[in-house]
Design a binder for this molecule. Sequence first.
Ligand code: CP
Ligand code: NVA
Length: 304
Amino acid sequence: MKHLLKLYDLSAQELTDILNLADQLKYDKKNGLTHHYLKGKTLGMIFQKSSTRTRVSFEAGMYQLGGNALFLSSNDLQIGRGEPVQDTARVLSRYLDGIMIRTFAQQEVEDFAKFGSIPIINGLTDFCHPCQVLADLMTIRERKGYLKGLKLCYIGDGNNMANSLIVGGIKSGMSVAVACPADYKPDSALMQWAHANGSFVCTQDPLAAAAGADVVYTDVWASMGQEKEAALRMKAFEGFCVDDKVMNQAHPDAMVQHCLPAHRGEEITNEVFEAHADEIFDEAENRLHVQKAVMVKLMGGSAE
Ligand code: CP
Ligand code: NVA
């Protein structure tokens, strides 16, 4: 594994290895054991969109591993004034040991990997959010003890989260059910792949998708960059809220996951959110541990 551009690129074994290392790093941290695996190394973090969790967890994680992280807002980089990705990638590769990038087009992240010579980590694109889903899988496995055979249900927009959950869920041996409005389905090639490689359904009926689910997942109806569509989307997603009715269909011990930020009263009710807040904030915490594992795997260094 040279980069983390999308979960589709990882083997099931690579995925499990990341989760195992993340569990170990979390356990060690709780027991006061530090690992300066990335001493002297620098991660550049390019943000073309806002972030709370991704920025802070990568920065803190890098610090905990003995390295440094640079926050690079695209407004301040020459890339924001049109310097091509192929040049930016080659320049930054001469200074840094890894780059985390959050942007719009998946192609931009792929181009960074193509033209640069250091590991590239996708910190969210319009197409996918692999770091988030690694943290989700870590949290589900932590609470349920295993992933294979569990039913993961996603209700809402067929967006970057849906795309990554489908791939991460299927690669982990989960059965995946997605409920979204007809005009807001996940990526069609990914859905085809999911049908061919595991148990997958995409329906317009949230209650059917939630039936017997072990994990119920949702995300905002208007993602970053879609703010102007918010009113239209609010209408289109009517009936796709994770509420008590949905939870009553799920397994009685079902977990709720949300990548955050959450819009209570839209994709999830305040009641469901607060009843499952522990699980949701464990999920947010696990971004830190799982991304540390990804950085150690990609940016090397195994000795103190
Ligand atoms: N879940 C997530 O990626 O959060 P941020 O947008 O705050 O980074
Ligand atoms: N789908 C959301 C996820 C945020 C973490 C967005 O792209 O804005």
